[in-house]
Design a protein around this ligand. Sequence first.
Ligand code: DX5
Ligand code: ZN
Length: 226
Amino acid sequence: MEKENLIRPSLLAADFLHLSKDVEEMISFGITHCHFDVMDGSFVKEVSFGQPLFRSLKKYFSDIVFDVHLMTLNPLLQAESFLSLGAKEVCFHYEAMTLGDIMKINRLKEKFADCKIGVAISPETSVNEILTVLPLFDYVLVMSVVPGKGGQAFIEGSEKKIADLDAIRKEKDLTFLIGVDGGINEKTAPLCENSGVDFLVAGSYYFKSQDRKLALSCLHSKEVKE
Ligand code: DX5
Ligand code: ZN
């Protein structure tokens, strides 16, 4: 089966009473990564889910990587907690970080050397602001909506941030991946793909589609639609 590693469905848009069915279906489609949105009610208004659900999913599903997106305060503490539970990819928000956190990232990387640690940037944060910390991270998650809930419209111009990050990694010979999260559909996906994105997080578009397999193939088309 061909592996689907461009699109990462966000569990936030799934029907929580049928999560295992939904994850099984993703695996049957060859999806390699599933996005796991943690909201703490402080960094963002809503509360979603956390370590207890992650533990259960990890217990039953070893064939898919859960990429944890922490929309929380105390990002390093939370990241360490998820990494200790076996998360292989964890990102947290630049806006939630303190100077002390930056100092602790290298220690976390040493402790979990086989894991990927990413930084997420909210729409108000420019690429210039994160230039100095970029070499610390394995990936950058560009938020194309205000973090905190699913089903919002893609903020125009987010693709420019992707293009800027792509240019920077080429120029500086850095290896971080670029992901985009929020408002991804058949119109916005090509904008991001043509700007150099490595993965797309899609919540509503994937889960609310009548035909999810078709939704995946629509997201693959690089043709820009009006
Ligand atoms: C938003 C979350 C996203 C969200 C995406 O705060 O980080 O991952 O689930 O959902 P859609 O695709 O519906 O915008
Ligand atoms: Zn997310």
